[in-house]
Design a protein around this ligand. Sequence first.
Ligand code: HPA
Ligand code: ZN
Length: 342
Amino acid sequence: METLDAFISGLPKAELHLHIEGSLEPEQMFAFARRNKVALPFRSVEDVRAAYAFSRLQDFLDIYYQGASVLLTEEDFADLALAYFERVAADGASHVELFFDPQTHTGRGLPFQVVADGLLAGMAEAERRWGVTSKLILCFLRHLPEDEALATLAEAEPFLDRIAGVGLDSSEVGFPPAGFQRAYKAAREWGLKLVAHAGEEGPPEYVWEALDVLGVDRIDHGNRALEDPALVSRLARDGMTLTVCPLSNLKLCVVDDLTRHPLKRMLDLGLKATINSDDPAYFGGYLGANWLAVAEKLALSREDLVTLAKNSFTGSFLSPDEIVRHTAAVDAHAATTREDGP
Ligand code: HPA
Ligand code: ZN
């Protein structure tokens, strides 16, 4: 019988919730700092790892924005993306929809174009090397004013053919989705897909707002939607994709133990959940580690795993033809394995 590990790594899958700045490993942070002659407040890689003890989202965000300060050139962004894609390709991913936070970089003086061109170059090279396709999602920082989100969208205009959608991230509580109604309306008019972080730390009302005020195509996280039965019905009825991030939820204390993670409950409620890594360098594991952790701790069946893999493609922004091709590959993998469960 094939091991669970081998079954998961061979299962075709997509990652739909990955902040590329959150893939910056401590070793890379030092390498970029050296290359760019940037001073870091840490003496060693061990020092950096020791700082990765978070009790809530904001603890992480403070260190995540600080880490990003070592990224200065197009080459840095290309190298960052390529290092991430090498890892996710090894985990058996065939497609990624990655977030980037342009305001984290333009706010410290980098041109938007340096960030976007670097990431796009890394994405193209990853497709050549490992066959992993990808799409880019521009995230607005919700702790900043909506006018700055609109200005960022204007800077993105020359890249509209290479950006798939917009998202909303950073500090959630106190910054509800409704504050970005104009930015999302503008993005929709430009033909962009819409996603937003909601219900990670924020209440179910934020998920309602993401749906009804912003009109999102996907909800990022969505854990706290489970507190509201009417919201659960709505999400299930709409087949709304939730990009769930198990190891992130554990590290940021959204759940206290993975055995109590709501992913299995979401599936049983008919919600279209997916497994993702969020900020893998900070949260202790890339895509494969997230899959293995929940498969083991929640005793997921192979049927659950196949459902999750298919959800990752049907919830993606790939074309209907591409989705059919990927879900057929999931079925083909499932058919090559024995039926008697993990
Ligand atoms: N939540 C909100 N903002 C973020 C996250 C997250 O998990 N990761 C990077 N920015
Ligand atoms: Zn996130």
